[in-house]
Each structure stands twice: as C-alpha cells, then as structure tokens.
Design a protein around this ligand. Structure first.
Ligand code: PGA
Length: 252
C-alpha cells in the first residue's frame, strides 16, 4: 500500500500537564518505525511542553481544534498561527464531540480552509449517530459531510487532507464498527472523493475511529481502504498506544 499508515492518539480533555508530559515521553522513547506516522493530539495547554519533549523523536504533534479566524477579539479561541509556532503539524477538525456542541459543517469547512492556508494538515472527522445508522442512512449522511468538507478546495489541497470515519455510536462506548463496516465506509468515502477529484483519491488517507484498541487494530488496519486509526481512550495508555503504532507499521 502506498499510503503510509497513520496512528493518531486524541487525548481529548484528559491528563494533567505532568501526566501528559510523561505519557508523551514514554511514547517518544520507543522506536517508531519509518513505515508508520505516529501522531499525538494533546490538549492545547499541553502542546508547548509536550512539543518540547517529543522534539527529537519522530512522534508528530497535532491539535484537537483551532479557530477559523485570524488573530483578534475571539475570547477563548486558539488561532492556527499559534499552533504553528508550537510546532503543530496536524489539526483535528469537526470531531463529533465538537459538532455535538454546535460546530456546523460550514464552520468545519472554514477551519479546513484556514488550516490549509497556514500549512496545517487537517484531520477531518465525519461519522453518523446511531439513529442515522438504524435508519439505514449512514452512507448518505457521511458522504454529505465529506462533500461539505471538500467544498471549494483544489485538488492539491484535498490531497493534504486526512479523513477520519468515526461512527458516533462507537466513540468511547467500547462498541467498535466491524472491520468490514469500517472498510465499507472508507471505500465509499474514497469513491466519493474520486468522483470529485479523480487523481487524488488513491493518495488520501482514511482513518477509522471509535473504540479502536490494540486488540482490534490489526483486523481493521488490514482492510484495503483503512489507512490508520484515530484513537481516544486507548491512546492514553502508553503501552497500548505503542502496540498500535507497531501494528500500524506492520500494515504498511
Ligand atoms: P475512542 O475515541 O477511541 O475513545 O472511542 C475516538 C475518538 O473520538 O477520536
């Protein structure tokens, strides 16, 4: 597979700063094979010290969100420029936990635009709620989110995106989508991108997220269209996350 496996730990609003530093230290001290891209997304408050700790390792820094606005009067927001200064390379955008708090497709699209303008690489999250799944409308819904996310982007820009398919009913619940379902959706997303940007769809990495852990990582990652994992809970345990990085490396 030409697409390099991508293993990203989304720490969400977890760990104290010292604890986060220790977690990052432990992960960055293991040898990360060059056949995998290993990324951690700590909370904003941790980015500076964690960035310093992982500076000489191949572990890469991501943020969990950013503002779509320029510097200015936006209380409580964090600008992409600030993230760049901290050595952040990726930014998770449109996570379902943020969409649940009112972040619209329009806002996600504006954030993607802003991130790309700053040379930050967006990890764009899409995924359906259980009621949508039960109504048999998963594909329509998820592809609609993808469509909105890609609006107005050039082929070269789309190539820089990472798409994470995260069924909401699987996030933090211990219920994982089957490897087959993850593959099915990843394939549909790739086909959707192909219909809009034919020459880049094979380059784009599509991740699965939702109760991914060491025990189910291999079966999901061996699927053709699944190129990596976005991991919440299991990324807070260094050994578990390191095992998942290794599994990713074995699936290149
Ligand atoms: P989870 O979270 O692995 O804890 O289910 C995944 C995510 O929300 O990115």
């Amino acid at each position: 597979m030409a697409r390099k496996p991508f293993i990203c730990g989304n720490w969400k609003m977890n760990t104290g700063i010292e604890e986060g530093i220790q977690l990052a230290e432990k992960i960055s001290q293991t040898i990360i094979p060059s056949s995998v891209e290993a990324v951690i997304a700590p909370p904003f408050t941790h980015l500076y010290p964690v960035g310093k700790v992982i500076n000489n390792s191949s572990l890469v820094l991501s943020a969990q969100n950013m503002s779509q606005d320029d510097f200015g009067a936006h209380t409580g927001e964090v600008a992409g420029e600030m993230l760049k200064e901290l050595g952040v390379e990726y930014v998770i955008l449109g996570h379902s936990e943020r969409r649940a708090g009112g972040e619209s497709n329009q806002a996600v699209s504006e954030k993607i635009r802003k991130a790309l303008d700053l040379d930050l690489l967006p990890i764009v999250c899409v995924g359906e709620e259980e009621s949508i799944k039960e109504a048999g409308k998963t594909e329509e819904f998820v592809l609609g989110q993808v469509d909105q996310a890609l609006k107005g982007l050039s082929q070269e820009e789309v190539k820089k995106l990472i798409i994470a398919y995260e069924p909401i009913w699987a996030i933090g619940t211990g219920k994982t989508a089957s490897a087959e379902d993850a593959q099915e959706m990843a394939k549909s997303i790739r086909q959707k991108i192909e219909s809009l940007y034919p020459s880049v769809s094979e380059d784009i990495r599509i991740l699965y997220g939702g109760s991914a852990k060491a025990a189910n990582a291999a079966s999901i990652l061996e699927k053709e269209d699944v190129d990596g994992l976005l991991i919440g809970g299991a990324s807070l345990k260094a050994d578990e996350f390191i095992t998942m990085i290794q599994i990713g490396a074995d699936n290149d």
